[in-house]
Design a protein around this ligand. Structure first.
Ligand code: UDP
Length: 239
């Protein structure tokens, strides 16, 4: 269950697609600013926030691979794309007056710190937002899996999986008006039904380590704070 008074340390997973706003490619500053505002409100309320951002608004390795590129090289391009999203979010968090550090799994000392888990924890304890870039630094993984791994390693109580819809449905709610939203699911149900919460590697990692996931709509202002307070929004995946 949710700890009394809400969660104290959370991992927020943002998809790259969210950063593009209405566009297909790149970063929409208005969207990133709105996300930063939500994060700042949560940090001010005393909850520690770590963030993992995807890169789907730039490159997805699997898609480039289908078009003939070497998979690993394409995946590295995907990872590098996530870092641009991290820098955009860092900028808007700074503007909100929230101190922010970016840590990347691929070293790039001019723009970010390397991923050092203990240092990340120290930043969080000082009220800084820590943004993890470049996924796990390894091809064939996703940023969903990176979110699960980072949450486990730095001791987050929950993964907040931000989406453009308000939870997990039994069918696509945009095409099927009768699609039903799940209030709760177990990790095993997500895997068995093939529900699109995250890829199977991420779900099995959270299942094995008893880490809950909340899938919720990022586009409703204040929703990150609601999820952090333990309000029942979206879909809770827990075993
Ligand atoms: N990626 C990777 N290893 C990781 C994380 C990401 O190779 O640990 C690559 C992969 O090619 C992926 C891309 O980076 O397609 C962008 O990440 P993702 O698809 O998870 O972004 P999202 O769908 O959340 O925007």
């Amino acid at each position: 269950g949710v700890p009394e008074g809400g969660y104290s340390r959370v991992l927020l997973k943002l998809s790259g697609e969210a950063f593009a706003g209405g566009g297909a490619l790149g970063v929409d500053p208005d969207v990133v600013q709105a996300i930063a505002r939500q994060i700042a409100a949560v940090v001010r309320s005393g909850t520690q926030v770590a963030v993992v951002i995807g890169g789907g608004n730039f490159f997805r390795g699997a898609q480039l691979n289908e078009r003939g590129m070497d998979r690993s090289r394409a995946d590295y391009m995907g990872m590098l794309g996530t870092v641009m999203n991290c820098l955009a979010l860092q900028d808007f968090c700074d503007r909100q007056g929230v101190e922010t550090r970016v840590q990347t799994s691929i070293s790039m000392g001019q723009v970010a710190e390397p991923y050092v888990p203990r240092r990340a924890i120290r930043h969080l304890e000082k009220g800084r937002v820590v943004i993890f870039g470049a996924g796990l630094g390894a091809p064939y993984f996703s940023t969903d899996t990176a979110a699960a791994q980072r949450a486990l390693e730095i001791g987050c109580e929950v993964v907040l999986m931000a989406k453009g819809v308000d939870g997990v449905y039994d069918d696509d709610p945009r095409t099927n008006p009768d699609a039903k939203r799940f209030e709760t699911l177990t990790h095993a149900e997500v895997l068995a039904r093939g529900l699109k919460v995250a890829d199977a590697t991420a779900i099995s990692l959270t299942q094995d380590n008893d880490l809950p996931i909340i899938v919720f709509n990022l586009l409703v202002e204040g929703n990150i704070a609601r999820a952090v307070r333990g309000e029942r929004i979206g879909t809770l995946v827990a075993s």
